[in-house]
Design a protein around this ligand. Structure first.
Ligand code: ADP
Length: 695
């Protein structure tokens, strides 16, 4: 089908724009979606492989919707994906379609998005916008769920179902378009959503899968499994691809493996890559710590590693350089497969096992493997893609072939049934006034995918949760169930009710807490991501005893909670070093974390301090002022006296310290002692700061 045939649905302007993007003909699954009623107002589930054009299907549907006066919400699982989609969709502004993005603070309403026709956001942020009753939410006429198979995710899946149920309640004629990887039970998702199902295995570039073992590759071809000759090791397989002008993406199970393989491969890759010294310098722009130095050394020769310990700018840099084909090889942890779209001619899955606590080494899921394998083949560059699992022996290779290459991905199952998800969403259902009886709450949950998949009643579970929420003071129940003021606040703050309870109790009991006690308090909540304890971390216990009298909680050595407590304390101590201006690299090596981990801990802490401040305020507890100040210090990683300086753009913790020590404590001082400042932090920076703040 030619895109010209879409004029009546999306306007000739839109068709012209597609052609400018080089899209003149629809891919077969796209054509099928159109034939099956993409423009007819039906709900649809599209379950097709990666890179087979799901996003374009959504774009067509959304443009059609916008032309008819509708408003679309496009939800993705990660912030990074939201930015990627936002950049893509912004092209539509050329024909007057307003595109917005919302990924900011959880308790804001982002009312300016009222004018946007298409809004890109994460599922969590979308749910928080519903909770905070953003005025424009009721105008949403179409919901697009990207990566809908992630309903299966233990951590982030439940929110997708609840969001669907809530938006359908707000607008019963809401149209839903769910985009998913190929999964065996897409039909269930379609039936739950009352949607037309478009399923296909079609790919724009053929994908060949196989298993490598030293000297050979077992390959699955149209005719069946064949055995072909290959090199002795992974390096030789990589080399072969580079010789043919292709790029390689390698998945490892751990960060450490990804890093050392990238280092090892850089001596192979350097013969095939141009000089990337400029990129290596860029890697070090904001951080020169050990990990960044390692990354820079690899990148210089066109090899890189990619994992959650990298800083955002480093990840984006590596992704861009790979797309531009300057970086030839990326060794990544599986997080990359779930994230941005980064195809390569060859995908090598080295980490086919993963360590799980209590279970040791286990095989990854077939669906995870398929997600990685699906990244093989770059549209427009490669005539085929190839995915290879790495095995040690022929026997193992045969086993891998059967389990993964020929295996069927697991079914997607709802994760809403777990107590913490149910508790979290039950409070919001009550606070938003969606339901005010047990039957009403049950009725609400009966429209979720969980209820679709499970026949048993949720009545008892819900009753227990409501009782718990009542005990905590978040709901009142005398015939009807309503949220108390604090319950409503907690729902809007988007924190776990248990976190809310811990904060509420602290607000009630204490009017004086030290810095360390406050830091430990937020680390006691289920919303904090805790650092792990290493064998060499005995010092944590010693430090904990030194702070023993200050903390709000200190379990006995014999308590089953003791080890967990040490993790909480270690995380709090890390934040303590951060707000007391310990050097970032020193912190990273002391706690055994990477810069990206530190940023995540800091970001979560900042959010929790904001919530704690609001709850303290609500209780009229004067500690709220201190909490607010500490939150500000966490954001910037500084002592109190630098807060004013770090609020200035371009002034980070290091520059602020230099200025402060020279007696420059504010913007006025900076103006007055300009030459001193220029000597300390550079003329260009001072100029930028003044241009920004002295208009
Ligand atoms: P998915 O969302 O299914 O992973 P994308 O929508 O990102 O895949 O599509 C992958 C690439 O294919 C994108 O670069 C997109 O512009 C391109 N593409 C999609 N549809 C077409 C088409 N009909 N013709 C040419 N290129 C297309």
């Amino acid at each position: 089908m030619q895109v010209d045939e879409l004029k009546e649905h999306i306007s000739s302007y839109a068709v012209e724009l597609l052609k400018e993007r080089g899209i003149s003909k629809l891919y077969p699954p796209q054509e099928e979606a159109v034939r099956r009623g993409l423009f007819s107002g039906r709900n649809m589930v599209i379950a097709i492989p990666t890179a087979s054009g799901k996003t374009l299907i959504a774009e067509l549907a959304m443009i059609h919707e916008v032309i008819r006066g509708g408003k679309c919400l496009y939800t993705v699982p990660l912030k990074a994906l939201a930015s990627e989609k936002y950049r893509e969709f912004r092209k539509w502004s050329d024909i007057g379609v307003e595109v917005g993005i919302s990924t900011g603070d959880y308790d804001s309403r982002d009312e300016w998005l009222g004018n946007a026709d298409i809004i890109v956001t994460t599922s969590e942020k979308a749910d928080s916008l519903v909770r905070n009753q953003a005025g424009w939410i009721r105008n949403i006429s179409m919901l697009v769920i990207d990566e809908a198979h992630l309903i299966d995710s233990a951590k982030r899946g439940a929110v997708i179902e609840v969001l669907v149920a809530k938006l359908r309640k707000i607008n019963p004629s809401l149209r839903i378009l769910a985009l998913s990887a190929t999964i065996p039970n897409a039909d269930e998702i379609a039936e739950w959503l009352n949607a037309e199902l478009v399923e296909s295995e079609w790919r724009p570039i053929p994908l060949y899968e196989g298993v490598f073992y030293p000297g050979k590759i077992l390959k699955l071809n149209e005719g069946g499994v064949i055995e072909v000759k290959a090199g002795r090791n992974v390096e030789s397989v990589v080399k072969e691809t580079l010789e043919e002008g292709g790029q390689v993406l390698i998945f490892e199970s751990t960060r450490r493996n990804a890093e050392s393989l990238a280092e090892k491969l850089s001596s192979v890759v350097r013969d095939y890559a141009e000089d990337c010294s400029d990129l290596a310098e860029e890697v070090l722009i904001e951080n020169e710590g050990e990990m960044s130095q390692r990354l820079a050394r690899c990148v210089r020769y066109g090899s890189a590693f990619h994992h959650a310990g990298l800083l955002n700018y480093q990840r984006e840099l590596i992704e861009r350089a790979f797309r531009e084909r300057r970086v030839k090889v990326i060794c990544a942890t599986p997080t990359l497969a779930a994230g941005v779209n980064l195809p390569a001619r060859r995908v090598i899955v080295k980490g086919i096992r993963r360590y799980e606590s209590g279970m040791g080494s286990v095989f990854i899921k077939v669906s995870e493997y398929k997600q990685m394998a699906g990244r093989a083949g770059r549209p427009g560059l490669d005539s085929y893609g190839e995915a290879l699992i790495v095995a040690k022996t022929r026997n193992e290779a045969v086993e891998m072939m059967e389990r993964f290459v020929l295996g069927e991905p697991e079914k997607v199952t709802s994760k809403l049934g777990s107590e913490n998800h149910l508790r979290f969403h039950t409070l919001s259902v009550i606070a938003e006034g969606i339901a005010n009886t047990l039957e009403g709450i049950e009725d609400f949950f009966s429209s979720t995918f969980f209820a679709y998949q499970n026949e048993f009643t949720m009545r008892w579970e819900i009753q227990r949760i409501v009782l718990q929420l009542e005990k905590w003071g978040f709901v009142r129940s005398d015939g009807t169930i309503v949220a108390t003021e604090i319950g409503d606040l907690i729902s809007r703050l988007y924190i776990d009710p248990l976190t809310g309870y811990i904060f509420k109790e602290a607000a009630r009991r204490f009017d004086n807490l030290t810095e360390m006690a406050l830091l430990h308090l937020i680390c006691r909540t289920p919303d904090m991501e805790l650092l792990y304890l290493r064998k060499s971390d005995e010092w944590v216990e010693e430090e904990a005893y030194a702070f023993r009298d200050e903390l709000t909680y200190f379990p006995s050595y014999y308590s089953s909670e003791y080890d967990w407590f040490l993790r909480e304390f270690k995380t709090a101590l890390c934040l303590h070093d951060w707000v007391n201006e310990r050097d970032e690299d020193v912190i990273c090596s002391k706690y055994g974390i990477a810069p990206g981990d530190l940023r995540r801990v800091v970001e979560t802490a900042e959010w929790l301090f904001h919530a704690l401040e609001r709850i303290m305020e609500h209780h009229g507890n004067g500690l709220s002022v201190e909490v607010g100040r500490l939150g500000e210090r966490i954001r910037h990683g500084v002592r109190e006296e630098l807060v004013e300086l770090v609020k200035l753009k371009w002034i980070g913790r290091k520059r602020a310290r230099k200025l402060y020590n020279a007696g420059i404590k504010s913007l006025d001082d900076l103006v007055e002692k300009r030459s001193v400042a220029e000597r300390l932090i550079g003329k260009r920076i001072v100029e930028r700061v003044l241009a920004e703040h002295r208009r």
